[in-house]
Design a protein around this ligand. Structure first.
Ligand SMILES: [Zn+2]
Length: 161
């Protein structure tokens, strides 16, 4: 299937999540990578600081993650949270875990007091999805997305797991 990222890159892939395995794609959105996990800006929603953590292999069910993957995921979630608090001065985030049917599991972290106003923290994802087309057209917002990626990259620069 073909999809267009928030940076206008058209990517043809059987699994959107598997894009993390190919570092020639979605370069602008990448933040940090280990052998097991990829941390990137969300591909579809241009909300500054919206982080997606995906396994570096195709896993479609949470229970198929290895002990090593689960252990590292826990460490990465804490690091992402610390980075968000640090960069956005945002103490609260939403954590979401997806294992969609036939999909690639991924963990999403959304700063709740970020640079875009969120009215309903219980419907944060649908609210951001609805706002995505406008956020994409908003040049200032897109600059904030890029700045957030740069700041997150800098935060993770000296991290070794
Ligand atoms: Zn996949």
């Amino acid at each position: 299937m073909k999809f267009k990222t928030i940076f206008g890159e058209v990517i043809d892939t059987p699994c959107v999540g598997c894009v993390v395995n190919d570092n020639s794609k979605f370069n602008e959105g990448r933040i940090f990578q280990t052998k097991l996990w990829d941390i990137s800006q969300d591909f579809e929603i241009p909300y500054p600081g919206m982080i997606v953590i995906s396994p570096m292999r195709h896993v479609s069910n949470y229970i198929d993650l290895s002990e090593e993957e689960l252990h590292e995921l826990q460490q990465l979630i804490i690091l992402c949270k610390k980075a968000i608090v640090n960069i956005f001065n945002c103490p609260k985030v939403a954590y979401m875990f997806y294992d969609k049917p036939n999909g690639h599991i991924h963990f999403v972290i959304i700063p709740l007091h970020g640079l875009v106003e969120i009215n309903d923290k219980y419907a944060v994802l649908s609210e951001l999805f609805a706002k995505a087309p406008d956020l994409l057209k908003d040049k200032q917002n897109m600059q904030r997305v890029v700045k957030a990626i740069d700041d997150l990259k800098t935060y993770f620069q000296n991290i070794t797991l």
